[in-house]
Every structure is written in C-alpha cells, then in structure tokens.
Design a protein around this ligand. Structure first.
Ligand code: ZN
Length: 496
C-alpha cells in the first residue's frame, strides 16, 4: 500500500473525532497541539494533485488533494489552514502543504486547528462517501520521519541558485507563489461585509468610485474605510469609463470622490453604449495620472477589446484585468478554471500582461453572489501591483538582473541604485547630460521598490511621448510574471 502520513508532526492531538457532535454530524477529524496550534505546518496524508486551494466558506481557506489509486485513492480536505501550494500542483505524501491559520478573523471563525476530511473518491457532500480518517491513518508515518530527499539535480540547483538571493533573503513560506483571490464590489452589493470576505480567505478588493462625470457610488466612502481596515495595502477604487464624456471631466469627478489620490485606481473600460478606442482609453488614463492618481490595472475584457475597440495594440498601457467567466456558482476556489486557462493569455505579443482574471460573477462570498478574481503569484508580487510593497532593504539579487537582462534595452547596464547619483530631472538644465541612466533608475525604482515611482519622475515622456512610468509599469509587471513562471518551474522540479 502507498505510504501515508499524519497531517501533523508527532505530538499532535485529536481534538474532535469523526461522528456525531453537538446534535449534528462532524464529517472530519480535528487536529491540534497542546498549548496552541496556530502556525503548525500541515502535511499531505498521501501523494496526489491539489485540485482546490483558497477561499471556502466556513474554513477561511482550504486545500483539497485528489489521490490517484497508486497513491492510495480518495480525496482529502484540509480546512482552516493557510495554503502553501497551488491548484494543479503535484504533492507527495508527507509534503508540507500549508500551516494552521492562527487568526480566527480569517480562518472561518474557529480556534486554530486543522479539520481533515477523507472522501471515498472525488469530493462528495456530507453522507456515506465521507470516511472516518482515523482508521485510514492507522500506522501512518510522521512527517518528521520523511526519508531524506534525493540529491537535487544540477538543473534544480541552478534554479535554486538563480533565485536564492531573492527567495531566501526576502520570503519565508508566505512568499510562495499561489493563486490569490479577490473581489470587486459596487453599489449593487450595498453595505458589503468586507470583514466576512477577508475571513473567507480573499486577499484583495476593489470597489466602484465613479462612472462617467456624474455618478458617484454612495457606498464608496464606507467601502474605502472597510477595505483600508480589512485589506490594507491590497485595495483600490474603480472608475467606470463613459466613452462619450470628456476624459478630464471624468478624472475630475473620480479625484473628487476618491478622497485620497494615493489609493490605486482601476480603470473599468467596457462601455458598450459608445464605441471605445485606444486613443480614448489612453486619454482617460493620462487624465487620471495627470491628477496624481495611479492606474494600477486596466479592467479591459478581451471581448470588449476585440469587439468594441478593434483589437488595437496596447503598448504602454497599464497591466490588464481580463474577464472570462466560467459556468456555475460556488466557492471561488472551486469555480477557478486554473492558472493555464485561456483568460490568462496575452492579448497580443508584447501587450501588457493579464495580471488579474475575473472568472465569475457568481462567486459565493460573504453571503452574496458576486464577482470573483484571481491573481497568480506571491502576496509580495500582489502588493507590488497595488503599490504597497514594503521591501526590507534587501535587494532582490540576481534573478531580477537576470530577467532585466532580457528586457532592458541595454542589457548589462542594470545596476543597483546609488541614491547619491539620483538627480531630480525637473531641475536639470537642458544641455546638462543625464547624470545617470534614467532607464536603469526608473527600472530600479519600479521593480526593486515595488512600483513606488517618485513624483518627480512621473511626467518624463519617452521619445514618442508616452509616459515612461506607464511603460515601466508594464515592464515591471512582466518581470513579476517571469518570476512567477520560475516559481512554477521550481515547484514542478520539487514535485518531480
Ligand atoms: Zn472539524
């Protein structure tokens, strides 16, 4: 029989068994630790494929693993945890997959513990296909008895080395790439319960602010305060564009109602009443940026870009938030069609990357049926997108340079920022040569400091008059994507 492992290390206790409890039925086993369980590592009981990861009502977040026959068969569910794996990933028996979520505000409202379920074949609703895990775990090995793994191959070592500086230096477990879920809300949801959405495992949120030059979402001020409390650094406001209204007037209305120009703005460009155009869209982005706000993402559904704009090139525009709906309704992590879904595909070669994907408008969140969205990558990368990255002063090391070498117009010229050399471009006299390579420094500022571009750089145009900032953000977002790909590759190597 395939090897099985306990989901916690030796020393764990069973706090509640399978069977009737409190007049109901407990369809799993609860595991914990004397003296507290928050943060305890959780391990896969058998080998298999991660089929669901992320928000699940009642659990905060969960991980669901499907086990092929040769791994022991069945499906196991791990609830109330912080996942450290991503959907589609192969995991081995005894491999760490997450940790007990210590925070009752985000773990489904329970005292920290692991809830383990064992389903006979595929995921099944409560009933006879849910098995008591304890007899199945009789004689299981303890995770700390995992035999030593084979020596890494040269290729894997190379990858590890490539990433070592960044990953080792700046990321503990929470730096692992995964699929992160978020919500976007408008007045339709009225007084939406952001705290509940946070508890259910969603990590980012946006809310409507304005539409055209007249409509101000009455729920925005409340939503802004709620998101600031429950999604600090990972929230934004969106403006629904009306293509027949003067961009400056739209941007004025947005600024007035946003209340705080440092809140990242999402443009929502999908007005079906009036035909869109690349010039119109860019004019609106420029008008918003001119007022000191930052467009962190451009909600531009592919169907709108092709059907209503004529599929123009999108060079120099912000990272894309695409929409591509799956059928059905349910938990976001169940509905999510996967990191390889067509919704993630590039709009055209060289287009800004699709960084966010709205995959359903019927996700079950906080008791409502709403829009749900995914981000592929680490929380650090997501923070960079929202402009809230807080680097701790450690450079991201060689991987950034490696990637930059492929993207930078003058490969090899990238160097760490020497702040002494930075000179405010606005005080430079016309015949004075640039005292530094502006491309390098802008690159460094935007990538190394997480898009935190200083205002004095913000209006420097390149030779065709585009905003260098917009260009840099595009390049930086692509860098983030390259790193995610490397992470995926590395995970695959580790799972092999
Ligand atoms: Zn339980």
């Amino acid at each position: 029989m395939a090897r099985r492992y306990w989901p916690l290390k030796r020393g764990h206790i069973v706090t509640s068994g399978f069977g009737s409890r409190w007049g109901g039925m407990h369809w799993g086993v609860d595991f914990g630790w004397d003296g507290g369980s928050g943060g305890l590592p959780i391990y896969a009981v058998q080998g298999g494929t991660v089929v669901n990861v992320g928000p699940a009502s009642g659990f905060g977040q969960w991980v669901v693993i499907d086990h092929p026959t040769e791994d022991g068969s069945g499906t196991t569910v791990y609830g109330h945890i912080i996942p450290e794996v991503r959907a589609g990933q192969r995991v081995e028996a005894g491999q760490r997959i997450g940790r007990v979520n210590p925070d009752s505000r985000t773990n489904g409202g329970v005292a920290p513990h692991l809830h383990l379920e064992w389903h006979r074949a595929v995921w099944s609703p409560p009933g006879p296909n849910r098995l008591d895990p304890l007899p199945l775990l009789a004689g299981a090995l303890f995770p700390d008895e995992v035999p030593p793994t084979p020596a890494p191959t040269a290729q894997r070592e190379g990858l590890l080395r490539l990433r070592a500086g960044r990953v080792r230096a700046t990321h503990p477990a929470e730096g692992k790439p995964m699929t992160l879920y978020g919500i976007d809300i408008s007045n339709h949801q009225k007084a939406f319960d952001f705290a509940a959405a946070k508890r259910e495992g969603f990590v980012f949120a946006t809310h409507k602010v304005t539409e055209g030059d007249g409509y101000r979402d009455p729920y925005w001020p409340r939503a802004r305060d709620q998101m600031r409390e429950h999604f600090p650094g990972l929230f934004g406001g969106y403006h629904f564009a009306r293509n027949n209204i003067d961009p400056d007037r739209q941007a004025d209305a947005l600024l007035a109602h946003l209340g705080d120009p440092s809140i990242p703005v999402q443009l929502d460009y999908e007005d079906t009443k009036t035909r869109g155009s690349i010039d119109n869209m860019k004019a609106l982005i420029r008008a918003i940026e001119k007022r000191g706000m930052r467009v962190f993402a451009n909600y531009l559904p592919r169907w709108y870009w092709t059907g209503h704009m004529g599929a123009p090139r999108l060079d120099g525009t912000p990272p894309i938030w695409n929409s591509h709906y799956v059928n059905g309704t349910g938990y976001a992590s169940v509905l999510y069609p996967g990191d390889g879904h067509a919704g993630w595909a590039e709009f055209h070669t060289g287009a800004p990357p699709v960084v966010l994907l709205q995959f359903s408008e019927h996700g079950q969140v906080a008791g409502q049926s709403i829009d749900v969205n995914a981000f592929r990558g680490t929380e650090h990368e997501l923070r960079a997108l929202f402009g809230s990255a807080q680097p701790k002063g450690e450079p991201m090391a060689d991987i950034v340079e490696e990637g930059a070498g492929q993207l930078h117009p003058q490969p090899g010229r990238l160097r760490p920022i020497n702040r002494q050399q930075n000179v405010n471009p606005s005080t430079r006299t016309p015949d004075e040569p640039w005292p530094y390579d502006i491309w390098c420094d802008l690159w460094n500022e935007s990538v190394w400091d997480g898009y935190d571009i200083r205002p004095e750089y913000a209006d420097v145009p390149d030779e065709v008059g585009r905003s260098l900032v917009a260009l840099l953000q595009t390049v930086a977002a692509r860098q983030v994507r390259i790193e995610s790909k490397l992470d995926q590759l590395l995970n695959r190597k580790e799972g092999a």
